[in-house]
Design a protein around this ligand. Structure first.
Ligand code: CDV
Length: 305
């Protein structure tokens, strides 16, 4: 049995004036807690180093906007996290805003192994929200203004004695996110998220936030025979209430651990990576049962009946 004990390190709110140092302190507390529980991997949320700044239109203050991005990973403030991981011998996934030397901006995550070395980087593919200021909204969701769509797609990495994939927030709602990684034999998919309880384009979805969160990640896990670790930044951040409910989901689609608060909280589960084989070798034996030749888009002529 290849067992990986994983800690889903949910974060409560991070305010506009919270410093990186204060955030990294909180991440280190959670990392130490995960280590004390013998975790081999700890998973932090999307944009885990700052407040969720796409809620503001910041054209009047480009300096403030720039302050939310990392130009290096590890950088001056995050090096402590890498050092701590190495000292403890624990790996981590971390979401953050990336500003490249070429001036490109991405919503990014990294996977770091137990020696503190970078295993891989993922740049968010499905960017929700809008490009322009929409003052009629109670708050903005300007991911499409502040980030470029990730150009690299969904890769997987050999790490932690398994095959690990990464995604970010809105990606979790799209079946192809999981399927593209499962076609590369993903055994565990790590997903950080920031999900406001209010969805301005269609508030009828507001009461369904929790249901949809579980629906997509449980289906993604089951239909692809993979573990899914979904980790929130939840609670009321700068007046915006966001879903917490971080979860660890087995390849059966069952939730094996779930956060109970909307604050910093670690939930832990022993994840048997060999459990994936049950599904990948039976119901979801892709080589045997998938019919990709049937997946072409065909517009059929209208028939009489
Ligand atoms: N950060 C996100 O990607 N949030 C989206 C919201 C805006 C719908 C999500 O899918 O949770």
């Amino acid at each position: 049995m290849r067992s990986l004990r994983v800690g889903a390190a949910q974060l409560g709110p991070i305010m506009r004036d919270t410093t990186r140092r204060e955030v990294v302190d909180r991440l280190i507390v959670l990392m130490r807690e995960a280590n004390a529980e013998d975790c081999g991997l700890v998973v932090f949320p999307e944009l885990a180093l700052t407040t969720f700044f796409p809620r503001w239109y910041l054209d009047d203050d480009p300096q403030e906007l720039d302050s939310y991005y990392e130009t290096q990973m590890p950088g001056p403030e995050t090096q402590r996290l890498f050092d701590e991981a190495k000292a403890l011998g624990i790996g981590f996934y971390l979401g953050y805003a990336e500003l490249t030397p070429e001036g490109e901006r991405y919503n990014t995550s990294v996977l770091v192994d137990e020696s503190g070395s970078l295993v891989g980087k993922y740049r968010k593919v499905h960017l929700p929200g809008h490009e322009e200021h929409e003052p009629e909204r109670p708050f903005q969701h300007l991911e499409r203004r502040y980030f470029k769509e990730g150009p690299d797609g969904f890769g997987v990495w050999e790490a932690f004695d398994g095959i690990i994939g990464m995604a970010l927030c809105n990606d979790r709602r799209w079946p192809e996110t999981y399927r593209v990684m499962a076609l590369q034999n993903a055994e565990m998919i790590l997903i950080g998220y920031n999900t406001p309880m209010h969805y301005a384009p269609d508030p009828s979805q507001n009461p369904l936030q929790s249901f949809h969160n579980q629906l997509v990640m449980q289906a993604g896990a089951y239909q692809n025979g993979t573990w899914v670790v979904g980790v929130a930044k939840g609670g009321i951040e700068e007046g915006v209430d966001s879903l917490a409910e971080s979860v660890i989901i087995a390849p059966s689609g069952q939730i094996v651990a779930q956060a109970t608060t909307t604050d910093d909280e670690l939930v832990v589960a022993d994840c048997d990576l060999d459990w994936c084989k049950h599904y990948k070798n039976t119901l979801f034996d892709f080589d045997r049962y998938r019919r990709p030749e049937m997946y072409e888009l065909i517009t059929r002529p209208k028939t009489d009946q």
